[in-house]
Design a binder for this molecule. Structure first.
Ligand SMILES: [Zn+2]
Length: 218
């Protein structure tokens, strides 16, 4: 429906990207603008799906279950990314669902439980510690739950890369926003958007980045 006049939209007003362009970003009846984030989410989703397909096609052997797992993980990450960006909340139902689905997929794919357990304890424990020390001022309960989910999905040691990328990208983008005057130091950052992005990158390219880093050290 249109968020302004609440009119139910026809199917042809709901075609990703195309409808937005044809309607020129405005509701057909009340002429109010369609919120900009719709087109970004639609284009972003297309890009994410292309990256997942590209990753699967480039793998030494094509495992359909890995492709479907990555598509489902990506959909959940997009929901987490957008919802936290717009409303500063990581939805518990999405994260618990993600943790369960991820556990199921990874067991089905024959991954061992120990790396998942270590990943879960490292990420969840690290976030929980910060949550406990700051009494919820640095991080929210949603971030702690998200840490558990990320640990199950990525396992040890890829979880370390995801944590590293979350903090580095958060720091760089935070500094840029402060430098351009868009945010102040005290503004809270929707950490879930960074966690979701870092999880996506680590999911697709974690192994490559970690082996590159190991070679770099030697
Ligand atoms: Zn309208």
């Amino acid at each position: 429906m249109c968020p302004h006049c609440r009119r139910q939209l026809a199917w042809y007003e709901n075609i990703p990207v195309l409808s937005y362009l044809v309607l020129r970003g405005k509701c057909r009846t009340c002429k109010n603008p369609i919120p900009k984030h719709f087109i970004f989410v639609e284009l972003g989703t297309a890009l994410v799906f292309v990256l997942v397909a590209w990753h699967s096609l480039g793998s030494p052997e094509l495992v359909p279950a890995v492709f479907f797992r990555n598509i489902i993980f990506s959909i959940l990450l997009i929901v987490i990314f957008v919802y936290d960006w717009l409303y500063q909340e990581i939805l518990p139902s999405v994260v618990w669902l993600g943790a369960l689905v991820g556990l199921g997929f990874n067991i089905y794919l024959g991954y061992s439980l120990l790396p998942m357990l270590i990943g879960l304890l490292v990420a969840g424990g690290f976030f929980w510690l910060q949550y406990a020390i700051s009494k919820g001022r640095w991080l929210g309960g949603g971030d702690v739950r998200m840490g558990f989910m990320m640990g199950i999905w990525l396992g040890w040691p890829a979880i370390l890369l995801a944590l590293f990328l979350s903090y580095v990208s958060g720091a760089i983008i935070g500094l840029l926003l402060i430098a351009t005057g868009k945010k102040q130091l005290s503004s809270s950052v929707p950490f879930g958007t960074y966690l979701a992005t870092a999880t996506f990158v680590s999911l697709l390219w974690g192994k490559e980045v970690i082996s590159w880093y190991m070679n770099f050290l030697h």
